[in-house]
Design a protein around this ligand. Structure first.
Ligand SMILES: C[S@@+](CC[C@H](N)C(=O)[O-])C[C@H]1O[C@@H](n2cnc3c(N)ncnc32)[C@H](O)[C@@H]1O
Length: 461
């Protein structure tokens, strides 16, 4: 029997889910002999807290609602500094003090290790940020169908929160977002409505280098800029006069139904189509679609740790698997005899080659190939290299690639991961090839979110 009356419960939060929301349960009188269990997901709560929630339709077995009230707060609860935290889906943990976030992330790393039969104590405490704000060098904002420019609403991807600040984005990106937002209102330009597949403005992508001060902006829209020439000219003039760091402004036509920031036609409206950035003392050219580590301050620590764990020598030959544009390859290349970088995206490999050249590095060999095929090719030309490092996507490298690494048989494997769960599963494959897990160092690249990065060392026994 359906019951559409909202009900209010008091619930104790006993765990967090993968998205960082609290989970708890209550027992409801279902009208029969046995009470029925209602599992509740309550965002913006912490483990151990007792909270009050109101559920709109409690007939189902599961429900999700924001807390009405925190009855018994955790000692780790803090006041979220961002005025948009209650609604914005960008950060999930601003209500949690930073040390509490770090401790939880490390506990998760240890849990995944233990779950796969490794000693959890191999994992060290996390390296956090001294100032965990304004750390991102790239943001993708969305234009709302009802107007407004910002990020998606927590738990409701269709709504857009019209932001007037964003505390994790670098300052110039926020200022540029606000200027574009004012421009949209001044010219009364419609945001894109994905249900109706109508409207003009879809996304604003911003990239900013703290090291070089260069700023890139790209607007994704359903129509050509020529069809809106007056408004576009006004935007170029506003942006170029207000942002001295602006070196790249593009208009990307995207008429696809798919909700991704991609371009069918690129119109360069101002400057060039890339920015210069720097990481660990090396120069990089970054295009709008280049994968580049989004927290440069912490990414430099990853590079430092990978170098420290690898202990490479000047006569060594190594593989950088999943090398991207060469963030790890370039610093390593300076320390070894030869480095082979393998990466599936061709434009990233072209970029890696150019980055090596721009930095005066000439002992690299970059292959645009799938990880396994790339390793086979290196094995045929070099035989077994001295070191392999890998930095796969969130899904991990997978059993086939890990077995290939095991058979390759380098003495050391350095694994950089942005997902401790897929990392712990991946490294189980190396056990049967005689590798032991020696070090795991979590590094927080994503404060106020559920994500954590790590660098690990495996050695052949
Ligand atoms: C986490 S990123 C790391 C990039 C680089 N190490 C960095 O720090 O900038 C993972 C990279 O793996 C690449 N990739 C994904 N699947 C792949 C595959 N099957 N073979 C080779 N590379 C792949 C992606 O294109 C991406 O550049």
């Amino acid at each position: 029997m359906s019951n559409n009356k909202a009900e209010t419960y008091e619930v104790k939060i006993d765990m967090l889910d993968k998205k960082g929301s609290g989970r708890g349960h209550v027992w409801r009188d279902g009208g029969g002999i046995n009470p029925r269990k209602l599992k509740l997901t309550v965002p913006q709560t912490l483990i151990g807290e007792e909270v009050q929630v109101t559920v709109a339709n409690p007939d189902r077995k599961r429900a999700r609602a924001l807390p009405d009230e925190i009855i018994k707060p955790s000692v780790e609860r803090t006041v979220a500094p961002c005025p948009h935290f209650d609604k914005c889906g960008g950060c999930v943990w601003q209500h949690w003090d930073y040390q509490g976030q770090l401790a939880y992330k490390v506990a998760e790393v240890r849990r995944f290790l233990a779950g796969n039969g490794f000693d959890p104590d191999v994992a060290a405490d996390a390296i956090g940020m001294e100032t965990p704000w304004e750390y991102r060098n790239k943001m993708e904002f969305t234009f709302g169908p009802e107007g407004g420019l910002g990020l998606h609403e927590l738990g409701n991807f269709r709504n857009v929160i019209d932001l007037d600040t964003c505390l994790i984005a670098g300052g110039p990106m926020v200022q540029a977002m606000l200027e574009v937002s004012r421009w949209q209102k001044d010219h009364d330009l419609p945001g894109y409505d994905k249900d109706a597949h109508a409207g003009l403005l879809r996304n604003l992508m911003t990239r900013y280098s703290q090291k070089t001060g260069e700023l890139m902006l790209a607007i994704f829209a359903t129509d050509s800029p020529k069809a809106h020439q007056k408004a576009v000219d006004d935007l170029i003039s506003r942006l170029s006069s207000k942002f001295s760091g602006l070196v790249s402004f593009m208009w990307m036509e995207n008429t696809d139904w798919a909700d991704v920031a991609q371009a069918e036609h690129t119109h360069l409206l101002y400057g060039r189509d890339y920015i210069h950035d720097e990481m660990y003392g090396y120069k990089y050219r970054i295009w709008f679609d280049t994968f580049f580590q989004t927290n440069p301050e912490q990414a430099e620590k990853l590079v430092e740790l990978a170098i420290e764990m690898a202990e490479v020598g000047s006569e060594d030959r190594m593989i950088d698997l999943f090398c991207g544009v060469g963030t790890f390859s370039l610093p390593f290349a300076k320390r070894v005899k030869a480095l082979a970088g393998i990466e599936i995206v061709e434009t990233s490999i072209e970029s890696a080659k150019r980055n090596a050249k721009d930095n005066g590095i000439n002992n690299t060999y970059f292959l645009a190939k799938d990880a396994r095929r790339g390793m086979d090719e290196i094995l045929q030309t070099w035989g077994t290299p001295d070191l392999l490092m890998l930095d796969p996507p969130r899904s991990g490298a997978g059993g086939k690639v890990m077995r290939r690494i095991g058979r390759l048989g380098t003495d050391r494997v350095v694994y950089v991961s942005c997902n401790p769960e897929s990392f712990a599963e991946d490294i189980t494959w190396l056990r049967e090839y005689g590798y032991e897990l020696k070090r795991v160092q979590p590094v927080d690249l994503f404060p106020h979110t559920v994500h954590i990065e790590l660098v690990a060392l495996l050695e052949k026994a």
